[in-house]
Design a protein around this ligand. Structure first.
Ligand code: GBH
Length: 486
């Protein structure tokens, strides 16, 4: 009997919202259509050397002209929900609160939401998925200018709340502020390419600016939430939160207590940087102690504004890694918590198989553990998984017929959905939705089109035709095994 490991209970609630996610700049294309203004990503892509294959989102999946196809695709998969983002530059081409609103841009999203609702698909709307209007970076440095940025974002949010009104019940303010701060304003590998690396572009101060950016995004998030709650929530009855990214961590040396502590620090530097202020009103102690005065302080007013500003927790999760502590004081440019991130542990065991993305090694047990970690730390919040998915090593080199047989991705979804269903049924976590990344292959930021994350193949050479891969057709069946079983 002692050999029989009891199988964990696994299930998801009957009204669980599953579907797919995308982001405006990654799929829409049509970057000059109908009065859209330039975003920092248009600018960044035009800078030589920034995008692996020298491409941009100028055409992408051409979703701006193909929403009917996208919605038909969603219906074919059986999806109940769809998470997309709004391009700020379509709504307010110059971005600012004194700049004109573009009615054609507004109309595009009104129509998209109407069409989704007609198709019986629940929209999850992200206000900001990295494509800042370029004018705002040029005028005042974008996220670096708290007063200007917060006022402009709040205005933009109000315009969108007003336009989409009560039809939208699920709002996300920011997607992964970690990436805006660290990739965009520290490493410079994402737009606007602001970096403290003086050999590349000596425009920034990496010892303070990522933390200022993070702080200002928190204030902008909370201000938009306040606008929604005070001016729209009563009538619309919807909910609003932020989406944060974070990997699970395992200690490089399971016998070294310092590696266990480093694991916790890694998650705090990635997730709690934002989530602690949002749930508790202050930064995590590990960050305060490492960063000292370089970490901005919340005024009492700010702390009260930010605390309690999530109706749900938006969770983007892809992978896990090993973490090894570093000895000695942290470097002034360190952003991770004074540790090394590794794909193999002390014994040379890999955390998971390789994918096309250097940072991404699937490790489904980490998903269950991280959901529980979040649940324990933040008082069992309602969780929507707003992104989860994988690339496949070498996928782009295969002929289309092979790409459509994406068994690796099917297995990824199967194991991750099982892990989430265990977190719900076994650990008592409150997961209410899951959006797979992504509905279709799209512009994978600095990696261009070489890395495919889609459950649908997009034939970029032949008119952006969409062909569902096996994973797009299987994922609904996988959900069918869990939904209603808890
Ligand atoms: C998501 O971020 C994005 O929201 C989505 O737009 C994107 O398409 C998707 O992932 C797939 O990449 O460059 O070595 O410093 C995922 C979380 C966090 C993953 C930062 C990459 C940077 C690793 N990302 N991480 S590195």
């Amino acid at each position: 009997v002692k050999d029989i490991v009891p199988k964990a209970k696994a299930g998801l609630p009957a009204d669980f919202l599953w579907g797919f996610a995308t982001a405006a700049y990654q799929i829409e294309g049509a970057t000059t259509a109908d009065g859209r203004g330039p975003s920092i990503w248009d600018q960044f892509c035009a800078t030589p050397g920034k995008i692996a294959d020298g491409t941009s989102g100028a055409v992408a999946c051409d979703s701006y002209h193909r929403t009917a196809q996208d919605i038909a695709l969603l219906k074919k998969t059986g999806a109940r929900a769809y998470r997309f983002s709004v391009s700020w530059s379509r709504i307010i081409p110059l971005g600012g609160r004194h700049d004109p609103v573009n009615p054609a841009g507004v109309a595009y999203y009104v129509q998209l939401v109407d069409d989704l609702l007609t198709a019986g698909i629940v929209p999850f709307v992200t206000l900001f998925h990295w494509d800042l209007p370029e004018a705002l970076y040029r005028r005042y440095g974008g996220f670096l200018n708290k007063d200007e940025f917060v006022a402009d974002f709040a205005h933009y949010a109000r315009v969108v709340f007003d336009a989409l009104g009560p039809r939208v019940k699920h709002w996300i303010t920011f997607n992964e502020p970690f990436c805006s701060a660290i990739l965009g304003y520290h490493l410079g590998i994402h737009a606007p390419g602001h970096t403290s690396d003086r050999t590349r572009s000596p425009v920034g101060d990496g010892s303070t600016e990522p933390w200022i950016v993070g702080h200002n995004i928190l204030i902008a998030h909370a201000t938009a939430v306040k606008v929604y709650r005070e001016e729209f929530k009563a009538q619309a009855g919807g909910e609003i939160g932020i989406t944060l990214n974070g990997d699970w961590t395992e200690p490089w040396d399971p016998d070294d207590a310092r590696d266990h502590l480093a694991c916790e620090r890694k998650i705090e530097f990635a997730i709690s940087w934002f989530a602690d202020p949002i749930y508790f009103g202050h930064y995590p102690a590990s960050m305060v102690s490492q960063l000292g005065d370089r970490l901005p302080r919340f005024s009492q007013e700010e702390s009260r504004l930010v605390a309690g500003s999530n109706d749900f927790y938006g969770m983007n999760h892809y992978c896990a890694n090993f973490v090894r502590h570093r000895d000695g004081p942290a470097d002034v440019l360190d952003i991770a918590g004074n540790l090394d991130i590794l794909m193999e542990d002390k014994f040379g065991r890999a955390i998971g198989p390789e994918t096309q993305s250097a940072w991404l090694r699937p490790h489904a047990p980490g998903f269950r553990k991280l959901i529980k970690w979040l649940s324990d730390r933040y008082g069992r919040p309602k969780i929507y998984v707003t992104e989860n998915g994988t690339s496949i090593k070498g996928e782009n080199e295969l002929p289309m017929e092979k790409i459509l047989q994406d068994d690796f991705r099917v297995e990824y979804f199967r194991s991750y959905i099982q892990a989430m269903a265990e977190a719900v049924a076994e650990d008592g976590c409150d997961c209410r939705g899951y959006m797979a990344w992504s509905l279709m292959d799209n512009f994978e930021w600095a990696e261009g089109y070489e890395t495919r994350f889609g459950a649908t193949y997009v034939d970029y050479d032949n008119g952006q035709q969409r062909y569902p891969k096996k994973s797009a057709l299987e994922i609904g069946k996988i959900f069918g095994q869990y939904i209603g079983k808890v």
